[in-house]
Design a protein around this ligand. Sequence first.
Ligand code: SF4
Length: 578
Amino acid sequence: MIRDHFRVLIVDLSTGQRTISDIDGRDTVAGGSGLAAMLFEKYGFLGKPWDDPGQPLIFAIGPLTGYFPLMSKTVCAFKSPYHDQYAESHGGGRSALSLRFADADALVITGKAKSPSALIVGSRQIELKDVHYLWGTDLQVAGKILRRMFPGAGHRTILRIGPAGERQSPMACITADTYRHFGRLGGGAVMGAKNLKAIMIHGDASFPLPEGNAYAKLFEEVYAKMTDTDMMSKYHNLGTPINVAVLNDIKALPIRNLQATADPATAGITGERFAEVALLRNAACAGCPVGCIHIGFVRERFQKENRYLYRQISYDHELIFAVGSMLGVMDCFEVLKLIDVAEKMGLDVMSPGVALAWATEALGKGIITEKETLLPLAFGDSTSYQAALRHMAYGTNEFYQLLSQSTMKAAERYGGGDFACVLGQEMAGYATGETFFVSQALGLRHSHLDAGGYAYDQKPKGKTVEDAVKFLIQDEKGRCFLTSMVSCLFARGVYTDEVLANCLKSVGYGSLADNMDTVSEEIQRLRWNMRIRSGFRPENVSIPKRFTEITTWKGQIDTLFLEDLKKEYGRKILEMAG
Ligand code: SF4
């Protein structure tokens, strides 16, 4: 499985044609993010719309997947229904290891199936099955049926979409193995547009590990850092929900559509509170000894005589922020109920949560009425929000159809753009200040993980535009290489450049290890090149007024710094894209 080229499986759903292609580029784009961008350049159509049947849906893994822990993400690339530009979304679960053991570095899906279908991929099998009877089922029902239809637990991944994806909402996610997601920018809609309900990847091959002591010794060292030191304990212990209390304490938690950044009531939804009353167990992506996935429960009474059923729901900081603090829902069980509905519908939890926060404020201000919302949306009213999430998934009326495209689309139609909490896409759960706002608004994935702007904001004062831009570009470059390795970004403290170089050498990628800096730069350039050529214009990105009205622990937002930073970072992005 150590190859100086990529082994790529290509499936055309329109014709049924399947190809296995050996493609060069290991020493220039490494894998993961770099490989996905390279494959999009080769198979994608930058000038055609996102739902053109020819557009590819790409899944790519990295050179260390299967060899080292936490190399467990898969990069999904596509042209996004959210902005009709090049996009990446990252997901875990068993997806990466399944692809590795199916003996592929990437899967490229083009065309459109004639009827709702499931694609089955293994090391000796690529098959398309009609599953029209699954169209319209929610993710939970589809998951149950698919697992029965395609046994092989532990060695296969099931990627699937719900009603939101079938309806091609840009807020639809692809769910991987129940608890992980390719969440943002509408990958679920791309599957929907291809008539693809599910993708099953069987990791049914095996391969030898590198011979000699060097690899085994290094593996033990890396593994020990992950498990025997404090470096990862935060993720295992409370998980990312630890951030809820931390951000609330520094007045950086978005609350009630970012009308506040701190509130004592958030005590009901902190990581500590979830652990105390709602946590059932931890789970992990395949190949990860950390297990940051925290699973709570919701129970439902189904008979008067105290008969209950319960469901297991994973939670993390971003979800708690989006359908908790942002909607003023400050009870952890109510938050879990909202996550449960969004999950079943196949919606990315973050975007609809933020969109509904905007709708609630818009309703309060009289910009829209209950004629549009169909419900008396009010901060804290979890029951109405559960119904609203279903309306968003099914696009019940014109209002929900627009809102489930994006908050800005709804604001363009009804007004209220000033208080739309959108930074490229609906914001992530950090109101730390100017650098984060610019970083998410202009970042390639519009994700808080594009670069550590949220961390930079928390450094002492005295920074300049030049320093902040330098930080964002350097930090993004490092993350580009990590996501090309498909490392979980939680492991970035363990996988330093030196450790990564040693890992690559130990399995036989010496040349890549010797050129990491050049390769990182090339990957960064290529990704931005795809984004710009598909229509992204940094100068057209605006940061809504609401972001300039907030107060954090540092005081008021510095609007001059914000504007200058946005301008300069945008200029550098264009420069990077070449
Ligand atoms: S730390 Fe969490 S997200 Fe990262 S690989 Fe492990 S279980 Fe998956």
